[in-house]
Design a protein around this ligand. Structure first.
Ligand SMILES: [Zn+2]
Length: 347
C-alpha cells in the first residue's frame, strides 16, 4: 500500500475510505478489496505539495483519491518521476518570503473568485446575445447525438402523450410554451435522466420514462426542474464561472489545466457540469411551483429522488446520482415547500 485516504467518484462529494496501491504497474484506489479506479502513473494528475494541504490524485475517469499522507506521495513520486516533487514545496523550504508572497497571490485570487467572479458572470449573462445559448445548445446536442444519444424507442403515441402534458407545465414558465422544446432520446450510458440545454431544449431519456412505470406526474416534476435550469440560465452561468476560473488560473499559472480546457472546448462536457447546490434548490422549488400552476401534483419530483435513493447502491446508476444527488433532505424539502404553497392558496 502506498497511502491511506478517501476516494471520491467523479462529480460527487461522496467519500469512500480507500487505499492507494500499486497493482501490476498501475496505481489503484482500493476499498475492501474492490478496485474503485486505476490507471498508469502518467495518466494520473497529482497535485503538488503545498504545506499540509491534502494531496489529490485525479484518475482519468475524473474520480479523485485524496490523502493527508504527503510523505508517502512524495516518496512515490520521487521513485517514479525522478524526484520532481512540487515546485511550491521546494520553494517553501528555501524561501519563506516567497511563500508569503505566493500566499498573498492565492488569497487575492480566492478573493477575486469569491467576490468579483459572480459579478462578472452576471454582467456576462446580461450582455449575452440570444444566439449564444442557441449555438451552445445546437453544438452540444449535435455532439451528444453522435456519441451518447440514440433515437428514442418510445412509441409516437407515448411521446405525444408526454408532450401534451408537458405543454401546460411550460405555459407558466418564463417565455411561455414556445420557449421550450421537449426531445426524447435513448441514452443507456446516462440512465434515467433529463437535462436542459441553455436555449430551452429539454432532453428526456427513455430510461426515465421506464423508471417512472407510468408515474407521469413524476416525469413532469423532473421536467419542471429542468425548465427551471433554463429559466435561471444555470448552465450559462456555470460555463461563465468555469471560463472565469480558467482565466484566473491562466493569469496566475500562465497555463490552464487540460481538464478546464476540455470543458471549454467540448460542447458535450456541458452536460457533465453539475449545477451548484443553490441552483438545484431553486430548480426543485420551481418544479413545485410550475407543477402546481399546471394543476399537477406539486411534490411529484420528490418521488424521483426517492427512487434514485433506493438505487444508491447500484453502481450503474452513479452518473445519475452525481448530477441529481437525491438526499432525503432534498425530498423532505420539496414536500415541505409543496405543503407551504398549498397552504398559502387555502388561506
Ligand atoms: Zn438539476
Amino acid at each position: 500500500m502506498i497511502a491511506r485516504g478517501e476516494w471520491h467518484p467523479a462529480h460527487s462529494s461522496r467519500a469512500v475510505t480507500a487505499d492507494l496501491r500499486e497493482i501490476a504497474g498501475q496505481l489503484a484506489a482500493v476499498s475492501d478489496g474492490a478496485m474503485l479506479a486505476c490507471g498508469p502513473h502518467k495518466d494520473i494528475e497529482i497535485t503538488p505539495r503545498v504545506g499540509a494541504i491534502p494531496r489529490r490524485l485525479t484518475f482519468i475517469d475524473g474520480s479523485v483519491f485524496e490523502t493527508r499522507d504527503n510523505d508517502a506521495i512524495d516518496a512515490f513520486v520521487s521513485r517514479n518521476r525522478g524526484g520532481r516533487s512540487g515546485l511550491v514545496h521546494r520553494l517553501e523550504q528555501f524561501h519563506p518570503r516567497l511563500i508569503a508572497f505566493t500566499l498573498a497571490v492565492i488569497l487575492l485570487a480566492v478573493g477575486i473568485y469569491r467576490y468579483a467572479l459572480p459579478v462578472m458572470v452576471e454582467v456576462a449573462l446580461l450582455v449575452t446575445p440570444p444566439v449564444v445559448p442557441e449555438m451552445i445548445a445546437a453544438s452540444t446536442l449535435a455532439s451528444l447525438d453522435k456519441t451518447f444519444l440514440r433515437p428514442s424507442a418510445l412509441s409516437q403515441q407515448e411521446q405525444d402523450a408526454i408532450r401534451a402534458e408537458f405543454a401546460p407545465l411550460a405555459k407558466n414558465a418564463k417565455g411561455g410554451e414556445p420557449a421550450y422544446t421537449l426531445l426524447f432520446r435513448n441514452a443507456r450510458l446516462m440512465g434515467p435522466n433529463a437535462f436542459a440545454l441553455p436555449d430551452g431544449t429539454l432532453v428526456l431519456t427513455d430510461d426515465l420514462v421506464q423508471l417512472a412505470k407510468g408515474d407521469r406526474q413524476m416525469v413532469l416534476g423532473v421536467l419542471g426542474h429542468e425548465i427551471a435550469h433554463v429559466e435561471g440560465e444555470h448552465s450559462l452561468r456555470q460555463i461563465y464561472r468555469v471560463a472565469g476560473f480558467a482565466a484566473l488560473v491562466m493569469l496566475i499559472a500562465g497555463d490552464v489545466g487540460s481538464g478546464v480546457e476540455d470543458i471549454l472546448s467540448q460542447g458535450g462536457a456541458l452536460v457533465a457540469l453539475s449545477y451548484s447546490r443553490g441552483a438545484e434548490e431553486e430548480a426543485d422549488r420551481r418544479s413545485v411551483e410550475l407543477m402546481k400552476a399546471a394543476g399537477y401534483e406539486p411534490a411529484a419530483l420528490a418521488r424521483f429522488f426517492a427512487i434514485l435513493e433506493e438505487k444508491i447502491n447500484d453502481r450503474s446508476e452513479t452518473s445519475m446520482l452525481s448530477t441529481h444527488p437525491g438526499t432525503p433532505t432534498r425530498q423532505r424539502y420539496i414536500r415541505e415547500y409543496a405543503q407551504q404553497i398549498e397552504g398559502t392558496v387555502k388561506d
